[in-house]
Design a protein around this ligand. Structure first.
Ligand code: NAP
Length: 589
């Protein structure tokens, strides 16, 4: 007889197998992702000590932080919300920031998330303790400056990857004596009236800021633009017709909103059209696809038309790289603003910032009262606080020379650590909020497995990380993301050759890949060490759902749960193989 792999005599654990040992979970950030976890973790995990640390004074994440004028969703709001909490009241196709923030706060309240959120709590460092098999967190209360230590079995960074503002590295920036802001660090009390405003950048933020500031009385805008970019149309006429909207209608009338509120099926049908459109335009991300070529022709025409009064702007702006290499945006009103008489479109490179304005390499100086840096976020790096994994390896080091996370959620050497919207989790088309729900579900499944099956740790295998990197490298070769453009989707601050922003596949591909974790891609350590019986989690032979008397038992379980309709997977009677619709139906899960 061969030897067994465990040597300690088995002592049955005197507990039912589904007794839910206590588990401690900490989440960093209460934006879209953190709020989702705040709903699902208490719903699906029992006996959990759960807390979300949020550094700001409110929940909402990026939608709380970004308060610049014109800040709005740049994908249709009906596709930018939780699947389970549709909002019939979006005022516009691209809802403004305040509405999105209110939606998030309302959702958090409705599902009881707020009781888990510690506001004004900034996580300053996280360190894995391999002896205790726990994360040790250092947290600072930003109102009192008091710091304390906390620990957790499972740590989730739900910070998003657009939360660390990147100020431009331009000499003299600090010497500027006027008002200076970043799109994500906005002074809401500042009066722009009659001001000369310099705006650096033409990413999604600048594209929303420019039309808003241009309309303020007496402003004179100088837009400093160094890169080409695609400005797309919201939707094709055919999709707008399917939606029952006129081609240019971007606001919803009170009647339309009432109709959505009174007819949930209409609201659902409306969203479904948007989702189907978003999920089926994936072809556009493939270089030289018919869809990509067609879109380039159509959008270059529409840009030229909108800029007809200033053809030199379209000559500069219209790219030769594919649509989507840089995140393209519909930017309603941006091109229209650029041709207004109070806007100067400046493409000469910036030499230096002076106390009173901007000096260009061409020798020209542009005096400004206010400088707006719409210069994006640090996306090529780890969070701006240290996270140390096994062996003291920092995430910053692990993310050198480029950030990478297996399936966008896990990193080798970082046990019991997951990310939401980490590297490669943006999508070029489709619904980002559905993607983050699937990431959250994946993480919840992992927590349940650790808890139920008495695993102390799970850590993704280094060889699977290598496989993932290799897959990404190969996949992106045929896509527009590797065209020559400057984009936060790329490593090294936008100019590297690794694609680190977007998921390597279609949005539907992402949902399917994340649906069930491949447990074999992880290394596992059992509670109690290597020598314990690996099936000790089977407990004392009882389930908490056993009856100890009439009806519900002492644990609150239902001994007849398995015939409750919500737990029964009803097959379709008849001969489904003859029914083409049945064959096309998605698998139940
Ligand atoms: P971004 O896309 O990274 O754009 C930053 C801009 O600043 C670029 O035009 C960049 O030029 C320019 N820039 C940076 N450093 C500069 C320097 N030293 N000198 C001159 N120009 C400089 O950042 P973002 O506009 O904040 O958008 C980031 C992401 O946030 C978006 O892609 C999107 O995912 C998200 N966002 C979403 C919404 C929404 O409605 N949902 C709205 C806003 C933002 P180069 O391109 O040449 O580097």
């Amino acid at each position: 007889m061969g030897s067994t792999e465990w040597s300690m005599p088995l002592q049955l654990k005197n507990e039912p197998l589904d007794g839910h040992r206590p588990i401690k979970v900490r989440v960093i950030g209460a934006g879209y992702s953190g709020i989702y976890l705040g709903i699902r973790i208490p719903q699906r995990i029992r006996n959990v000590d759960f807390q979300i640390y949020e550094q700001n004074e409110s929940v909402g994440g990026t939608w709380w932080v970004n308060k610049y004028p014109g800040c709005a969703c740049d994908i249709p709001s009906h596709s930018y919300q939780y699947t389970f909490n549709p909002n019939p009241n979006w005022s516009a196709f691209y809802a403004p920031q305040r509405e999105i923030c209110a939606y998030l706060q309302g959702t958090a309240e409705k599902y009881g998330v707020l009781r888990f959120v510690k506001l004004l709590h900034k996580v300053e460092s996280c360190q894995w303790d391999d002896g205790k098999k726990k994360w040790i967190l250092k947290v600072r209360r930003t109102d009192t400056n008091e710091t304390f230590e906390d620990d957790a079995d499972m740590l989730v960074a739900a910070r998003g990857n657009l939360s660390d503002p990147a100020w431009p590295k331009i000499p003299g920036l600090k010497s500027f004596e006027g008002e200076i802001m970043h799109s994500a660090v906005w002074n809401e009390n500042y009066d722009f009236k009659n001001k000369r405003v310099g705006i650096i950048g033409n990413g999604s933020s600048a594209i929303q800021i420019v039309p808003s500031l241009q309309k303020i009385e007496g402003t004179k805008l100088s837009c400093f633009v160094r890169s080409k970019t695609w400005i797309t149309n919201p939707f094709g006429d055919s999709v707008m017709a399917k939606l029952g909207l006129k081609p240019t209608q971007l606001q919803f009338t009170p009647e339309q909103r009432r109709e959505f509120a009174e007819n949930p099926e209409k609201l659902f049908a409306f969203r479904k059209i948007i989702e189907v459109d978003g999920s089926t335009i994936h072809d556009v991300s493939l270089r030289d696809s018919e869809m990509q070529r067609g879109a380039m022709v159509a959008f270059s025409e529409s840009m030229k038309n909108k800029l007809a009064a200033r053809p030199e702007i379209s000559d500069f702006l219209i790219p030769s790289f594919g649509i989507g290499c840089r995140r393209s945006t519909p930017g309603p009103g941006y091109l229209e603003a650029l041709i207004e008489s109070n806007v100067d479109f400046i493409t000469d490179p910036i030499e230096v910032i002076t106390p009173t304005g901007v000096a260009l390499k061409s020798g020209r100086s542009v005096p400004v009262d206010t400088l707006v840096c719409a210069t994006g976020f640090n996306t090529s790096s780890a969070p701006p606080f240290p996270i140390y994994g096994r062996g003291g390896l920092s995430l910053q080091e692990r993310f050198t020379p480029y950030p990478s996370a297996y399936l966008s959620v896990a990193v080798d050497s970082f046990p019991n650590f997951f990310m939401m919207l980490g590297p490669n989790s943006a999508i070029g088309s489709g619904s980002l909020t559905s993607m983050l729900e699937k990431e959250g579900d994946y993480i919840v499944k992992c927590i349940r497995k650790l808890q139920k099956e008495d695993y102390a740790t799970m850590t993704v295998k280094p060889e699977r990380m290598r496989d993932w990197d290799e897959y990404c490298l190969e996949y992106f070769k045929k896509t527009v993301y590797t065209d020559t453009c400057h984009s936060w989707y790329k490593s090294e601050g936008g100019s590297g050759d690794r694609i680190i922003g977007v998921w390597p596949g279609s949005p539907l591909h992402a949902l399917e890949a994340l649906r069930s974790p491949r447990w074999e891609d992880y290394n596992w350590e059992s509670v109690g060490g290597d020598n314990v019986n690996k099936l000790r989690w089977l407990g004392n032979g009882w389930s908490i759902t056993h009856s100890k008397g009439e009806g519900e038992n002492e644990w609150g379980g239902d001994p007849g749960w398995y015939i409750e309709p919500r737990f029964v997977d009803f097959p379709v009677p008849g001969q489904p193989e003859d029914d083409p619709e049945y064959k096309l139906r998605p698998f139940s899960h």
